[in-house]
Design a binder for this molecule. Structure first.
Ligand code: ZN
Ligand code: ZN
Length: 285
């Protein structure tokens, strides 16, 4: 298992790789620009070289980039659509330049419109955004969602369609908190087993290289996206023990997007995962 957290690029890109290393991570996730505005950003070439050197020295693989939250390729509104395609193309370009393995995208919201049309909008939008770009080693990951509002991606069959249909290198990132809020009870080994069977029957575990490991502050089936510290939410320690040791999951990359309420929270959450894994597997990660 490769284990990491989402780290900040505030100040400089190299800051993120240094933070990941200081936390003892073997993988990490970043935003490649401010995730809450549309402003395009440029990466300083000297900073980029240093970032890549540090990643290699500290053996931090894979690297996932999480897309901007404003991108909504599901939208039929021409203005939102154009902005989303431009922004997603920027994400792809930066992902290629940075040398990331994965680019994680939320499928977007149908905003009350027809879901089938919205799914087709995402597929067309992905292909249009990537037109003419050699993606190299970059794979686009569709993330499952809690299903808040009209968000696509809480139904695994829908995620499978979004992963399979675009003519691009695609796979899936599964978020444990989103799965729990979407109705999968991951708090028990039996519930985890039910979920893994459902994933295999739809997306297929070979198409899931990355797990977003978050506990859920929102109740089971609530369709709300609220992350919690590992072991302190609805999934709990028993659920995470079953998740990190499950044969379908144990060799995936796990990235934590848990809250930072106090200094040291990232370190503590990583330690909980390591302990749950170590106790069971008898082997440190
Ligand atoms: Zn996400
Ligand atoms: Zn979330």
């Amino acid at each position: 298992m490769r284990l990491g957290v989402h780290t900040s690029i505030a100040g400089s890109l190299t800051h993120s790789v240094e933070s990941a290393n200081e936390l003892g991570c073997t993988s990490f996730q970043i935003f490649s620009a401010n995730p809450r505005n549309w402003r395009p950003s440029r990466i300083d070439p000297a900073q980029l070289r240093e970032f890549q050197r540090l990643r290699e020295v500290h053996d931090l693989y894979p690297l996932a980039i999480h897309c901007n939250y404003l991108i909504n390729l599901a939208s039929g509104d021409p203005r939102v659509r154009t902005g989303s395609i431009t922004a997603f193309r920027g994400e792809l370009e930066r992902g290629i330049a940075i040398g990331a393995e994965y680019l994680v995208l939320h499928p977007g919201s149908a905003r009350g419109g027809d879901r089938k049309v919205a799914v087709q909008n995402v597929i067309d939008g992905l292909e249009e955004s990537a037109r003419g770009l050699p993606l190299g080693h970059l794979t686009i990951l569709i993330e499952n969602t809690a299903g808040q509002g009209s968000c696509l991606g809480c139904d695994l069959q829908e995620v499978a369609e979004l992963v399979r249909r675009p003519n691009l290198p695609m796979a899936c990132c599964l978020d444990t908190a989103h799965s729990f809020a979407a109705g999968f009870d991951l708090s028990t080994p039996q519930g985890v087993q039910t979920w893994t069977v459902a994933v295999e029957a739809t997306i297929g575990w070979d198409s899931v290289p990355l797990i977003h490991a978050n506990d859920s502050r929102a109740p089971l089936g609530s369709r709300r996206d609220r992350h919690e510290h590992i072991g302190k939410g609805g999934i709990g320690r028993a659920g995470f023990r079953a998740l990190v040791n499950h044969e379908r999951l144990r060799d995936k990359a796990f990235i934590l997007e848990t809250p930072i309420d106090e200094d040291g929270d990232d370190h503590r959450n990583l330690q909980v995962i390591r302990k749950l894994r170590t106790k069971h597997a008898g082997k440190a990660i």
